[in-house]
Write a protein of this length. Structure first.
Length: 692
């Protein structure tokens, strides 16, 4: 029986479906058969197995900037840089670099687009790219290659997964840094301190396994084990040091006991094993098994679940064997080898599609497992690749989420696709998530508790349950044949073309999951200051960022809102220009002066979710009549113009149902060109919608 493509095969290059157009599918035939079955009912209780496949080092824009219907290169809510340029025009000295296709750069230098190299992706350059929230340090920190991106024809399996299941377009990595601290969040919801120091674990110091004592805070392995839930890490001799459970003290101690003093760490053991002769390999493995046999039953269980490694090229077969035999645990962590990791230093998107394909095929080939499994496919960090959405950052008073005077995260957006019978249909979920969301999903599903997740992380990021719809299932595509992995031709770094232009995102919208947010905001001038009221009548806190373009603050201000909050902004030179942003296209713009004709004009808003309308209350607190104009910038509706005398008030209701809840309005004043209020966003009503 065929178990999917061999290591030298990948999924055929070919354009996937755009806007519903028919095209050859790259998903395993078993997935198509599974998609024909109705999704089971029962909510979270219908899930019996959760599988996490975390790959390496790709940003959301780098992979999905051109994908239709997500916050990509066509984002209407993209921020403006302090220079006045769009965020997509990243400064490079006196010039700028725009996003450019890997394909075009490869053709220019005669290279294969699959084999680009990694870029800087550490703590310092991550902070430099984020630029204290201004998001304009990418080229200086990472090089101009940061702006390169793939398109549908380059990574067809990844695009088809997004088209078939649910993609999360506000999923961030956890740390503005490298792999290891981000994977700490994935297995514990936290990154603490390096052993015996006051230095936060924000880099890859744990890779010094022979001397590293191990982390001591709580982790998924010990928590699941103590609660009696089955779990397992699937890995091979080469696990690319991506199993972060190995870096925790309990597992360090177990590994060293099993190694019986021959090596200080499993990584050094398997590095030596790979270089040994076949006969010496068998001797070394037998010696290791002697040590494992001497472990206590409790330590032996932890070793078998977290530390045992399979022979090369056996990970997918081992996973499939557990699926077919009924031994698949409740929680599975897939840790691919370097060659299958998708890392731009050791792998490629097409090469690594093999492991994704194999895991999908293993799950879908056993219908009862498919009908009870959720697979989360994500990436540990963004490498050095650009993403245009600035991450939510912790307010200054959240000390646990800062280190050395700098925010630990959230990090940049990375892809997350949720594959299950309850996520079918090509949906997007735009709730804010990060890697702590994966363990929070375990909390919600299994009733366990991860005690080290900070209060701010729990406030800013969701638990991934909003990506699911337990009431319906969606459509299915058609299969294609695998093809050969292109020969390795050497790593290279893409360079932007001389003639730069903005990429065009695929046309069309995408069905969207309902969100727990209902954000709003307005600003009024009082006593020479601009008083901002931030509101959210949703069920979960929403993160907002205020960008000060007239020097009101030195850096963007971040606020988490459930209910309401106020922020007072100084108006240092008699004029103000602030932009308030939030997830899923939420935006408010406030511009004007203290002395203009419209200085006393207030535009207060109220979101009416049930009616999907926006109610504006416009008040003229000045001493002269003004003519005001409310104009739609998108989503339809008729322009409205009216004169408002001193002390007068007018109510305007803007119905958004025709635009499926979306609105984008600008309020201006004929007598005061400096005055602008812009209101943009989506009105939630608890039901699925479409992207705007």
């Amino acid at each position: 029986m065929s178990h999917g493509p061999s290591r030298r095969r990948f999924l055929a290059l070919g354009a996937g479906a755009v806007g519903g157009a028919a095209a050859a599918s790259l998903l395993p035939p078993s997935v198509h058969a599974a998609l024909a079955m109705p999704a089971p009912k029962g909510g979270l209780s219908a899930i019996k197995h959760v599988v996490f496949l975390m790959q390496e080092n790709r940003s959301f824009d780098h992979y999905f900037g051109t994908l239709r219907g997500v916050r990509g290169f066509g984002d209407r809510n993209a921020i403006t840089l302090p220079s006045g340029r769009p965020v997509f025009e990243q400064p490079a000295g006196s010039a700028a670099v725009l996003p450019f296709p890997v394909k075009d750069a490869a053709a220019h230098v005669g290279k294969d687009l699959q084999w680009i190299s990694a870029l800087p992706h550490g703590w310092d350059d991550g902070q430099q790219a984020a630029a204290k929230g201004w998001h304009d340090g990418w080229v200086a920190a990472k090089s101009s290659a940061t702006m390169t991106y793939y398109q549908r024809q380059d990574i067809p399996l990844q695009y088809e997964l997004a088209d078939t299941f649910t993609v999360c377009d506000h999923y961030h990595c956890s740390v503005l840094s490298s792999t290891s601290p981000n994977r700490n969040y994935h297995v514990s919801g936290h990154t603490g301190y390096e052993p015996g120091t006051t230095r936060r674990a924000v880099d890859n110091s744990a890779y010094a396994e022979d001397t590293h004592a191990g982390y001591t805070w709580s982790n998924a392995g010990e928590i699941l084990e103590a609660a009696g839930h089955s779990w397992k890490v699937y890995q091979e001799w080469d696990n690319y040091e991506d199993n972060n459970l190995e870096f925790f003290a309990r597992f360090r101690q177990i590994a060293r006991a099993a190694l019986q003093g021959d090596h200080r760490s499993l990584d050094s053991f398997y590095s030596a094993l790979a270089k040994a002769s076949p006969a010496d390999q068998e001797r070394m493995l037998a010696r290791l098994e002697e040590g494992v046999a001497r472990l206590s039953p409790q330590d032996r269980s932890l070793y078998d679940r977290a530390l045992r490694r399979g022979r090369p090229e056996t990970l997918a077969a081992s996973f499939r064997a557990d699926v077919e035999s009924g031994r698949l645990p409740k929680v599975s962590y897939i840790v691919p080898s370097a060659a299958d990791s998708e890392h731009p230093s050791a792998s490629s998107p097409i090469q690594s599609a093999r492991i994704t394909y194999d895991i999908l095929d293993a799950i879908a080939s056993t219908p009862e497992v498919w009908r009870s499994t959720a697979l989360f496919v994500t990436y540990d960090e963004n490498d050095g690749f650009f993403d245009h959405v600035p991450p939510p950052l912790p307010p200054a008073d959240q000390a646990d989420d800062h280190y050395d005077g700098r925010p630990i995260g959230l990090g940049m957006r990375v892809p997350m696709i949720v594959v299950s019978p309850w996520t079918v249909g090509g949906y997007v979920c735009s709730q804010i998530f990060d890697h702590s969301s994966t363990v929070r999903f375990l909390e919600r599903w299994l009733g366990v508790r991860f005690p080290d997740i900070t209060r701010w992380r729990r406030t800013v990021a969701g638990d991934l349950t909003s990506a699911f719809d337990f009431t319906a299932s969606g459509p299915r595509p058609t299969p294609a044949e695998p093809a050969e992995v292109p020969a390795f031709t050497g790593r290279w770094r893409p360079a932007p073309p001389a003639d730069q232009r903005m990429p065009v995102q695929e046309e069309g919208s995408r069905p969207a999951r309902p969100l727990p947010y209902q954000p709003d905001g307005w600003g009024v001038v009082e006593a020479g200051r601009l008083k901002l009221t931030l509101a959210n009548t949703g069920t979960e806190s929403v993160h907002m960022a205020i960008y000060p373009y007239a020097g009101e603050f030195t850096v963007p201000v971040h606020v988490d809102v459930l209910g309401s909050a106020t922020v007072e902004a100084p108006v240092p030179n008699g004029s103000y220009n602030l932009t308030l942003t939030g997830p899923n296209g939420f935006r408010r713009e406030f511009a004007g002066t203290l002395s203009g004709a419209a200085a006393g004009v207030r535009v207060e808003s109220e979101v009416e979710g049930r009616r999907q309308s926006l109610r504006l209350t416009v008040t003229n607190g000045g001493d002269r009549a003004v003519e005001l104009r409310i104009a739609p910038l998108a989503y339809g509706g008729d322009e409205r113009t009216f004169t408002l005398g001193p002390g007068h008030r007018r109510h305007v209701t803007w119905h958004c149902r025709e635009g499926q809840g979306w609105y984008d309005l600008r309020v201006t004043c004929e007598q005061d060109p400096s005055y602008v209020r812009r209101l943009m966003g989506h009105i939630e009503n608890g039901r699925p919608s479409v992207t705007g």
